[in-house]
Design a protein. Structure first.
Length: 324
């Protein structure tokens, strides 16, 4: 075994063309950390923002930098013999780049609290699409909004990575779900459990959605003032949860002036919640959609797809062949 690995790296922040393959040192395992041989790595908006110089780029301490949060792969090393995970286990989870090297590489080293056994019903590519998006959807729908029977919930960007999972979770917990999406995704989002799907190109959602208890805002004000317009459909005392970092700086003040509760949300890698999500997936209550699978060397193309904002579900990078 060599001390180096193949990775998709950047030598500086910038556009997607800054991404390129390189041989870099393998990360060193310490304390409770697990080493995973990466088979597939999901691409998230936070990866794109960080590469571009936003997101978590302030934490980059040196180059070349390996980005990538989500992964699915096979356990290579564990901290001790009686560890719950074993060498050879199929697992998925989230890394913490740029604090540590990310998952756009052949190996990733992560805390034991950031990795869980993969859903038995999924392959590596589908599993790699889940962690950040599913944890974010769960956090917004369950931990923050506490969605329950009879509530009316609006999910913006209902066909996207987080959105298509948030729609399913809100419906699973008994809400009447309304979702916005583009015209090509209306049937897809209906199939996820949304009772009312609004084609944002054909209708203004605030004119047709009706009063909502909760809005899960996955857009903010970066496009057509979606965040501010959402306040028009939320009941007094209702809640808006805004997810994209920096997408709506004036949210708190605008919501307070209307008597509406408001919060941002950022997910944390959490093996315990991943275990719950795994059960939902294997029970058929939650499904993940992979829009595109690309090889690691086409990472720049994957970033451009996510940056374009019209992906149905997720984009995933194939890092290695499935193990035999």
């Amino acid at each position: 075994m060599t001390d180096t690995m193949r990775a998709l790296v950047i030598d500086r922040t910038g556009d997607a063309d800054e991404l390129h393959l390189a041989e870099v040192g393998r990360p060193t395992r310490i304390s409770d950390e697990v080493v995973v041989r990466v088979i597939a790595a999901g691409v998230n908006p936070i990866d794109v923002k960080t590469r571009a110089g936003r997101g978590t780029s302030a934490a980059i301490t040196g180059y070349p930098a390996v980005l990538g949060n989500d992964f699915a792969g096979v356990v290579e090393h564990v901290p001790y013999a009686a560890h719950p995970l074993h060498v050879g286990d199929r697992v998925y989870g989230s890394a913490r780049p740029p604090r540590t090297p990310g998952s756009f590489a052949e190996f990733v080293t992560v805390s034991s609290m950031s990795v869980a056994p993969m859903p038995a019903s999924l392959g590596f590519v589908e599993a790699a699409a889940l962690p950040i998006a599913a944890l974010t959807a769960w956090g917004a729908i369950v931990d923050v909004a506490r969605v329950h029977d009879g509530q009316r919930v609006l999910v913006h960007a209902g066909a996207g990575g987080v959105g298509h999972l948030a729609v399913q979770l809100a419906a699973y917990f008994g809400a009447h779900v309304t979702a916005t999406c583009g015209p090509d995704n209306v049937e897809f989002v209906q199939g996820l459990g949304a009772q009312h799907v609004i084609d944002y190109r054909a209708e203004r959602f605030e004119e047709v959605a009706g009063e909502q208890d909760v809005v899960i805002d996955l857009i903010g004000n970066v496009k057509d003032d979606t965040g501010s317009r959402s306040l028009d459909v939320i009941r007094h005392g209702g809640l808006i949860v805004n997810v994209p970092t920096g997408s709506w700086p004036t949210m708190a003040d605008e919501a307070a002036a209307r008597g509406i509760r408001a919060t941002g949300y950022s997910c944390s890698p959490d093996a315990r919640t991943l275990a719950v999500l795994t059960r939902l997936v294997d029970d058929g209550a939650l499904r993940v959609h992979v829009d595109r699978e690309l090889p690691l060397e086409r990472g720049a193309e994957a970033h451009r797809l996510v940056e374009g904002g019209h992906v149905r579900g997720k984009v995933v990078l194939r890092v290695a062949p499935d193990p035999e």
